[in-house]
Design a protein around this ligand. Structure first.
Ligand code: 6R9
Length: 665
């Protein structure tokens, strides 16, 4: 790829364009812009026919569907509804008797560097055996199973085994707290939990099972009959007789054959909780058929997957990226993938680059926050610089989770991709199931910081508050105008909230509201995401609701009277959490303030998880409010950024508190 133009006219206008090389275009699955345009035209001419073709070509159906899209209960759309399918069969059984059968499915690298390889055939046997163990404990189609596992092959096996039986999994990221586990067990109505005694991260052994116990002890989890415990490490953990079973105990004597249970295409494959603009996380419900279709097709299109590729998505299975591009997509596509248990900085910040070299990774997919922290590390220590590793196996790089700033993009392009690897900046969400907007590596000319264009079949647009189209070059609200197969089906237990959050009446009730702002460039009509338009923060690519953190803070009733949380830009994590707190005692300063700030951070870690800990805490006698009593969040955002307040503060009830709130702890 050559850099055609290299002028940046301002921070906002990005003029550098990187078209794919001719050789890359020639070999690509979607080869050149005419091929992309042809797919878009196919979808425009016969929307349902386009999706039906993909669904027939990419998935094995135990009962073929006759109806593609059912809009009769919109926005509760149904796809391929009369078809029957099993997700696990499409990831595993489907490859038996083909060249993929004996291919390596997973190269697992443990935290301590131990590597194990598992073929598709072996993985099928392991998933089947574990599914039989679940079945023997009464788990059946439609049951909900909570998974709280480390980033291990066993985590993927647990998900696949649930899918094999038609049981609905709900994975909770291993960094969430006992309380978060309890709340999700209750909301989802789990009958079983799959966990691990400990997890290994950065050489440290951290408890998981004990957190499940602590969560369940908070009450309301009586429906859970069995807790399956994977013994990741040799250290014993407390086991409750009758309820808790080790993996080896339940696997003993189980056959490695387990017939996959066909389910309707709309049967929920999983429920994954994500933060929204209110205090309570939403249980995003995904379908089986439509979801899996897009996980598979985007592997082929976005990552131009070839049989010899070694794919590595660094996301944890606790997030949607780990669902679509670790647990399902790569397997459905028959890829060899790397699964990594540990953290990018252990034993040193060169781990990712060393692993790419070690396993000859060809497609590498990670988050901007990881890239930014590794840039920092590499700049401080030449030994962990990517230039020290042989990265010649790479052919495609990917980015996900948050906007990638052009500086980080350029570094990734130069030092990791050696100016020959297209970077696919994939915009999507927990709710969208798979990629929505992204360059195609063998077609789309790249512009740093832009997710470029929607995938064929995805009808994205930018509108104003009432849903009218906005011309290119003007910022607005990102929406999707037509349903797509992998979209969220509902919020578990809360269909009304689903309608209100994603298909608001104010915008006509038919547009999917992503919750992000965006702008299309005047020249290429490329999309650039400008950030969330609701009260959701993106910290290190993880979604956090400001209200969720506020609720956690005020739940510390002995100490906190009031709290407001906003985001501020951060060089490494994208956004940082900044909490403004009013205590039930005089406003503290100095060491006392520091001690209370620590206490509050620990509290939030316990309530939600360490990822929700505020980076900045500021105390005041009061919060800045208008005379009508509304917290002035815009002002708080300025304060959080350390800006001099130039905005009109005349409506502020008590202007003196601004100086108090200027001090960060
Ligand atoms: C996949 C995932 C979704 C939110 C989304 C947006 C942000 C994700 C992005 C991006 C700019 C990208 N986001 N990818 N912003 N460019 N390539 O991250 O899902 O955790 O639900 O977050 O992340 O704000 O709305 P999720």
């Amino acid at each position: 790829m050559s850099e055609q133009q290299s002028t940046i006219t301002s921070g906002l206008v990005e003029n550098r364009v990187f078209p794919p090389s001719e050789a890359f275009v020639k070999a690509a699955r979607v080869s050149g812009m005419p091929a992309y345009d042809a797919l878009c035209a196919e979808a425009a001419q016969d929307f349902e026919g386009f999706w039906a073709r993909l669904a027939r070509e990419n998935l094995n159906w135990t009962k073929p569907f006759t109806q593609t899209l059912d809009e009769s209960q919109a926005p509760f759309y149904k796809w391929f509804a009369d078809g029957e399918i099993n997700a696990s069969a499409n990831c595993l059984d489907r490859h038996m008797g083909t060249a993929v059968e004996n291919k390596t499915a997973v190269i697992f690298e443990a935290d301590d560097g131990t590597v194990t390889k598992t073929s598709y055939k072996e993985l099928l046997a392991r998933v089947s055996q574990f599914a039989n163990a679940l079945k023997a404990h009464g788990i059946q189609k439609g049951d909900r199973v909570l998974i709280y596992m480390p980033m291990t092959l066993e985590g993927v096996i647990a998900m696949q085994a649930c899918a094999r039986l038609g049981a609905i999994h709900s994975v909770v990221f291993g960094g969430f707290s006992a309380k978060a586990v309890q709340e999700r067990i209750i909301d989802v109505g789990a009958v079983a939990v799959i966990t691990s005694n400990y997890q290994m991260r950065g050489g440290k052994e951290l408890p998981l099972k004990a957190i499940v116990d602590e969560g369940m002890a908070l009450g309301g989890c009586e429906a859970v009959k069995t807790v399956f415990v994977y013994q990741r490490t040799a250290t014993a953990c407390p086991m409750l007789a009758g309820r808790d079973k080790t993996f080896s105990e339940v696997l003993a004597g189980q056959s490695a054959d387990c017939a996959p249970v066909p389910v309707g295409a709309e049967h929920p494959l999983f429920i994954l909780y994500t933060s929204g603009s209110t205090g309570k996380p939403k249980g995003v419900q995904h379908s089986t058929g439509g979801y899996l279709l897009w996980a598979k097709v985007t592997m082929d299109w976005t990552f131009d997957l070839k049989p010899e590729d070694v794919f590595w998505c660094t996301a944890d299975i606790g997030w949607i990226t780990g669902h679509s591009y670790v647990a399902y997509g790569p397997l459905a596509a028959g890829a060899t993938q790397i699964i990594f248990e540990g953290i990018p900085t252990f034993p040193n910040a060169g781990r990712f680059w060393q692993m790419i070299e070690r396993h000859k990774c060809s497609i590498f997919y990670t988050a901007p926050t990881a890239i930014r922290s590794l840039i920092k590390a590499a700049e401080g220590d030449a030994k962990v610089h990517p230039d020290r590793s042989d990265l010649s196996s790479l052919r495609i790089l990917g980015s996900v989770g948050e906007p990638i700033n052009p500086e980080a993009w350029m570094w990734y392009h130069k030092h990791v991709g050696h100016e020959k690897c297209p970077i696919v900046d994939t915009f999507w969400q927990t709710e969208t199931g798979g990629h929505m907007m992204t360059p195609l590596p063998g077609a789309t000319p790249l512009v740093p910081g832009s997710c470029t264009l929607p995938l064929p079949g995805i009808i994205a647009a930018i509108v104003d508050e009432v849903g009218n189209d906005i011309p290119n070059g003007t910022g607005g609200i990102l929406v999707v105008k037509r349903p797509w197969p992998s979209m969220i089906r509902t919020i578990w237990n809360d269909p009304e909230r689903f309608k209100k959050s994603y298909f608001p009446e104010e915008m006509g009730g038919k547009l999917y509201l992503a919750g992000d702002g965006a702008i299309r460039s005047a020249d290429r009509a490329y999309f650039r995401i400008t950030g969330r338009i609701d009260d959701v923060l993106n910290v290190s690519g993880h979604r956090m609701g400001t209200m969720e953190i506020e609720s956690a803070l005020v739940a510390k009733t002995d100490l906190v009277a009031e709290a407001a949380v906003v985001g501020r830009p951060d060089d490494v994590t994208g956004e940082a959490i900044c909490a403004f707190v009013v205590l039930k005692r005089p406003c503290p300063s100095g060491d006392e303030a520091k001690a209370i700030a620590k206490e509050l951070r620990d509290w939030v870690a316990k309530e939600i998880g360490p990822i929700a800990k505020p980076k900045d805490i500021r105390f005041g006698e009061n919060l800045p409010k208008t005379r009508s009593g509304k917290i002035m969040r815009r002002l708080l955002r300025s304060l959080a950024k350390g800006e001099t307040i130039t905005q009109d503060t005349s409506t502020l009830e008590n202007p003196a508190i601004l100086s108090q709130l200027g001090q960060t702890y």
